[in-house]
Design a protein around this ligand. Structure first.
Ligand code: V47
Length: 365
């Protein structure tokens, strides 16, 4: 194996990994540039096993996208609509609650809620939504509102980020999902999402939440016009923030789906690039406990293989996802626990049902 690593120019990185030494941006570039995909998987699997053994996690969860009305209209997004568009929608609090009620007989552990940047839903809408969900299903963990939405909700309420997070938490917010990070590079944001919260602000909001004891996830949207350098910068910025607060739970590389977006001429991501992003993030984000292979975007087969390339989590049942499906995802709308467990077992891992904060609920050894 050492010979193979040596001839691929990966031996020094292997030695660093074995010594627990942090990888540099240059190492990250070398990893992205290698053509030896299996060796990259071998390296990422060492770290994955050190952190999570042979466990692979999943959660029984439900997604609710409360509105697609959005003032940002990012070029990579097929979900957002201008107010007044005939495909625009917004759910009333009663409709959100109805979505929860519809699945009261299922052992759902988490509801994942995100929506567009709506120009006029009031501050109280977000607070009331959380309260209403908790009233009908108090035991459920609500993972809601990306850092981009938190900034917007605060603005609508004329409040600071701290006040907003405090009031959202009192109303039932459990943790913050990782969306809206995209690629932090100002060049990318200027070109693809000039209206969106800058990357530096996204990180500040995540860190503020962490300091208040609220955990969050992080993502990176790859496979559009970003360079490999910009991916590495994004990962290093997250690693730096995690050194400061240790509040991130999980990192999710998101594979760009071009259909129905302004970037439709760009090809979909390749299997090789999908696995590289999983592996490089596992290796660069040495302080993140978990790397998620989001099957909705990767497809179940690549997500399963990703479990040998550094990922230790497959997300979950993901009932009723809209953002990727509007952009042409051909995956189904949900997977059962049994299907997920089958994929995990076939990958040689032990399926572990978890809650949002990775407490182990059921080890299916
Ligand atoms: O912020 C938008 C991305 C994100 C497209 O925290 C697209 O556990 C691909 O963040 N192709 C929302 N991606 C989804 C998200 C997420 C998903 C699953 C789990 C978690 C978590 C977070 O989806 C957006 C944006 O980055 N996105 N359009 C597209 N066409």
């Amino acid at each position: 194996m050492k010979n193979a690593l040596e001839s691929a120019g990966l031996l020094k990185i292997y030695e660093k990994i074995m010594d627990g030494e942090r990888l540099t941006s240059n190492d990250g570039m070398t990893l992205y540039e290698t053509r030896q995909l299996p060796l990259l998987g071998f390296l990422a699997d060492i770290v994955r096993r050190k952190k999570n053994g042979d466990k692979a996690y999943y959660i029984y969860n439900q997604h609710i996208n409360y509105s697609n009305v959005c003032t940002n209209l990012c070029k990579f997004c097929a979900f957002g609509r201008e107010k007044g568009d005939d495909k625009a929608y917004e759910m009333s609090i009663q409709e959100v609650v109805e979505k929860i009620r519809e699945r009261m007989d299922e052992p759902i552990k988490e509801v994942h809620i995100v929506g567009g940047i709506h120009p006029d839903l009031p501050y109280s809408y977000y607070i009331d939504m959380l309260r209403a969900i908790k009233e009908v299903r108090p035991e459920i963990h609500i993972q809601a509102f990306t850092c981009v939405e938190i900034a917007h909700i605060a603005k609508m309420g004329n409040k600071t980020i701290e006040e907003t997070l405090k009031e959202l938490t009192e109303a039932g917010l459990g943790s913050i999902p990782g969306g809206g990070a995209e690629v932090f590079s100002p060049r990318i944001r200027e070109k693809l999402c000039p209206e969106k919260l800058p990357g530096t602000d996204w990180i500040e909001i995540a860190k503020t939440a962490h300091r208040m004891g609220i955990r969050s996830n992080a993502t990176m949207l790859y496979g559009h016009i970003e360079t490999v350098e910009e991916r590495i910068e994004h990962l290093c910025a997250l690693r730096q923030a995690q050194d400061e607060t240790n509040g991130f739970i999980c990192f999710i590389p998101l594979a760009f789906h071009p259909k129905n977006t302004a970037l439709e001429s760009i090809s979909s991501t390749s299997g090789v690039d999908d696995l590289k992003n999983i592996a490089v993030s596992r290796l660069m984000l040495d302080n993140f406990p978990h790397i998620k292979a989001y099957w909705v975007m990767l497809g179940p087969k690549i997500a399963q293989i990703a479990l040998s390339y550094g990922a230790d989590d497959m997300d979950g049942t993901v009932l009723e996802e809209k953002i990727t499906h509007m952009a042409g995802a051909e995956t189904s709308q949900a997977m059962s626990n049994r299907e997920i467990e089958y994929l995990i077992r076939q990958a040689g891992c032990v399926p572990v049902e978890r809650d949002t904060l990775y407490h182990e609920l059921n080890i299916k050894g």
